[in-house]
Design a protein around this ligand. Structure first.
Ligand code: FMN
Length: 308
């Protein structure tokens, strides 16, 4: 299938995608796990599972529980570490022909910046997405993403150590999402993506125990879509850099709603665990929508929410 120019989008830092549909970090493994279910080459981008400097085992089970219209997860950022990622996962990913975006996590500013430097010299990476919803061990475990001063510092230190486009992925567990968005922009971020999961708990009333071993988990899926749409709209109106929308996208209509709210592109997360070919179906749906509208480019609908 040839490239359809009407679906191309610019997401900042000079990065152009063949269409606005990416897969979200942690819900799509390292790509190869989904090769039997959809054509990976058709995706606008693949965001891989969050990578840290050293491999991490994650939390003990149970780590996932279904909730009304969504799920809670407390995977605990299990991953293979940057060296194994480079040697064992990148050879497959770089052959696909789809931009690979590497999500990174750390428990100190130094860890984020060291990761940025290491990824800078690995061939075949198109951008870095920085997960700032992680506890800052040196500051008593408060998540980086809840403090605008920290968000700016992490952004600056990552930008200083890489020439790749840098996407800052915001945490929704804040009072004012525009404050952390502006801090990321001030720190030099090329793009902002949002939202990560919302913190929640599931309880078994008979055993009176939490359903997750970690007690608290991250809520995702359709349950969070209205919150995500609100935050994307607020952030798109607060910053000049491109925004990527994430949160409960299950259908073409969901993806288009995020674009109307101001997202230049979107990521599909929990839906991959329900129907592994969701992203490809949404790409087809967006193509049909552009044809139906008779517009030159899907970019024409970005940020067109009418509020008058
Ligand atoms: C099982 C699971 C693992 C996740 N792991 C990561 C991760 O490693 N890094 C990250 O930035 N976000 C991670 N996320 C968050 C998703 O990328 C996404 O931001 C969130 O789930 C909201 O989108 P959704 O409702 O479409 O799933 C994870 C989500 C789930 C469900």
């Amino acid at each position: 299938m040839g490239i359809d120019n009407s679906l191309k989008v610019d997401i900042g830092g000079g990065l152009q995608l063949k269409n606005p549909i990416m897969t979200a970090s942690g819900t799509f493994g390292y790509g190869s796990e989904f090769a039997d279910y959809l054509d990976l080459q058709r995706l606008g981008g693949i965001v891989v599972k969050g990578i840290s400097l050293q491999p991490r085992p994650g939390n003990p089970p149970p780590r996932i529980v279904e909730t009304s219209c969504g799920m809670l997860n407390a995977i605990g950022l299990e991953n293979v570490g940057v060296e194994n990622f480079s040697s064992a996962k990148m050879p497959f990913l770089r052959k696909i022909g789809t931009p690979v975006i590497v999500n990174i996590l750390g428990d100190s500013i130094e860890e984020y910046s060291e990761l940025a430097e290491k990824l800078n010299v690995i061939e075949g990476i198109s951008a870095i997405e920085v997960n700032i919803s992680c506890p800052n061990v040196k500051k008593g475990g408060v998540a980086f993403g809840t403090d605008p001063v920290m968000v700016k510092k992490v952004t600056e230190s990552v930008k200083a150590r890489t020439s790749l486009p840098v996407i800052i992925k915001l945490s929704p567990n804040v009072t004012d999402i525009t404050a952390t968005a502006r801090a990321a922009e001030d720190g030099g971020a090329d793009t902002i993506s949002l939202i990560n999961t919302l913190m929640g708990i599931a309880i078994d009333h008979r055993t009176r125990r939490p359903k997750l071993a970690n007690i608290i988990g991250g809520l995702s899926g359709p349950a969070i879509k209205p919150v995500a749409l609100r935050m994307v709209w607020q952030v798109a109106n607060a910053v000049k850099i491109p925004v990527i929308g994430i949160g409960g996208i299950m259908s073409t209509e969901d993806a288009l709603e995020f674009m109307v709210a101001g997202a230049s592109a979107v990521q599909v997360g929990t839906a991959n665990l329900v129907d592994p070919d969701t992203a490809e179906r949404i790409i087809d749906g967006i193509g049909d929508f552009v044809e139906e509208l008779g517009c030159q480019s899907i970019q024409e609908i970005v940020g067109t929410l009418r509020t008058d």
